[in-house]
Ligand binder design. Structure first.
Ligand code: ATP
Length: 235
């Protein structure tokens, strides 16, 4: 579904991804993990097709990342909410839905799915930070994308909402979507089918959560990542 081959990306004067190769299977939940600044957002941007790349290839649904045909098939939630502050939650969802040719009912369903039914008529500028990022999520999922790229979608959410959002991601993956989620929260990483652990733009683990834990010799995913990162450093 998503194939990244020998991807090199420079940002500013730094090489952030020095030749990354990885893939993400269809209909699954892939967790993208790694220390702050390791290149997760850069990789997501390359998959969405908004990142200038130096060399290598990124293929999504058989097309080159950024291909015009992919625009309606990819949902992207950026870290900073990308919604209009002077529109209500419902107006935002309906606007983004209209770009996909969808009716109002579909947009209202997306608002319900992110738990914002009560705030549907509230201006996005008047929402709390966590509510605003859920409004942004509603706009990312409204078009039923085949590929959903979510950059830290649960930051600022309480545990109940986080749990509901993960059920939502799981349901989208079960419906055939390829869902890629970056996170720093290890109990969330445990919910993924696969984990890609990136350190300084290099892949240091690509496996199921159980296999990642087994290879680090621990039952604790936090500890497993620390072990793998330290192993990578000494290598
Ligand atoms: N616009 C930019 N110009 C120059 N360097 C940048 C730019 N954006 C990011 N970088 C650098 O690229 C590197 C990777 O950043 P990226 O945002 O991909 O990391 P990340 O793993 O997503 O981090 P976090 O978990 O903190 O969100 C960092 O060293 C960062 O400082």
């Amino acid at each position: 579904m998503i194939e990244v081959h020998d991807l090199v990306v420079d940002r500013g004067k730094r090489t952030v991804l020095p030749g990354l190769t990885c893939s993400m299977p269809s209909g699954g939940l892939t967790g993208l993990l790694g220390p702050s600044g390791s290149g997760k957002t850069t990789l997501m941007r390359a998959i969405v097709g908004v990142q200038v790349v130096k060399s290598g290839t990124v293929t999504v649904l058989g097309k080159s990342a950024g291909d015009k045909e992919l625009r309606s098939k990819i949902g992207y939630l950026t870290q900073a909410p990308s919604v209009y502050a002077d529109l209500t939650v419902r107006e935002n969802a309906r606007f983004f839905g209209s770009l996909y040719g969808l009716d109002a009912g579909k947009a209202d369903e997306a608002v319900r799915n992110v738990g914002l039914e009560q705030q549907a008529h509230q201006l996005v500028g008047d929402l709390s930070g966590g509510q605003r990022s859920r409004a942004s999520l509603a706009c990312a999922i409204v078009g039923d994308p085949k590929v959903l790229i979510l950059d830290e979608p649960t930051v600022g959410q309480d545990p109940v909402l986080r749990d509901e959002l993960w059920h939502q991601f799981r349901a989208l993956a079960a419906g055939g979507a390829t869902v890629v989620v970056s996170s720093h929260v290890m109990d969330e990483a445990n919910r993924c089918d696969r984990l890609l652990l990136i350190r300084e733009g290099r892949l240091i683990a690509d496996d199921t959560p159980a296999a990642v834990k087994a290879s680090a010799g621990t039952d604790d995913l936090d500890e497993a990542f620390l072990t793998l990162i330290k192993r990578g450093e000494s290598a």
